[in-house]
Design a protein around this ligand. Structure first.
Ligand code: FES
Length: 116
C-alpha cells in the first residue's frame, strides 16, 4: 500500500538542486505557503517568501552572503533563520530542509520563528 498523504510524509519536494543557484533565491508554493529556497555555503535553506512589511516576494531580492533584501523596500532577512536583519523587528518563519539525491524537500508543517 502506498500512502501519499502529506501527514505521513511531512517533507515535500519543492525543487531540484540545479534550480537553486548560490546567490539567488528560488520561489515555490506548497499548499497555500509561499516559500523561498536559498543555497548558501553548500547548504539549502527555506524561509517564508512573503515580506512582513507589504508582501514583497523575497526570493526576487538581492542576496549578500546569507542575507536577502526585499526587492520593494529593502528590508533584510537571514535566509538561514528568517531573522530580521534590518530593520530588526519582524522575523519570518524558516522551514526544515533536507536534500535527497538531487531533490530539495521542505517541511512546511513545521515552521520555526526566531522571535517566539
Ligand atoms: S514589502 Fe518588503 S520591505 Fe516593503
Amino acid at each position: 500500500m502506498i500512502f501519499r498523504s502529506r501527514k505521513l510524509f511531512m517533507f515535500v519536494k519543492v525543487a531540484t538542486t540545479d534550480q537553486v543557484k548560490p546567490g539567488r533565491g528560488f520561489g515555490a508554493k506548497l499548499d497555500k505557503v509561499f516559500i523561498g529556497i536559498y543555497h548558501v555555503d553548500g547548504k539549502y535553506y527555506a524561509i517564508d517568501d512573503v515580506c512582513p512589511h507589504m508582501g514583497g516576494s523575497l526570493h526576487h531580492g538581492f542576496m549578500n552572503d546569507c542575507v536577502v533584501s526585499c526587492p520593494l523596500h529593502m528590508w533584510e532577512f537571514d535566509v538561514k533563520t528568517g531573522e530580521s536583519v534590518w530593520p530588526g523587528s519582524l522575523s519570518i518563519p524558516s522551514y526544515p530542509v533536507k536534500v535527497e539525491g538531487d531533490d530539495i524537500l521542505v517541511d512546511v508543517d513545521s515552521p520555526q520563528k526566531q522571535d517566539e
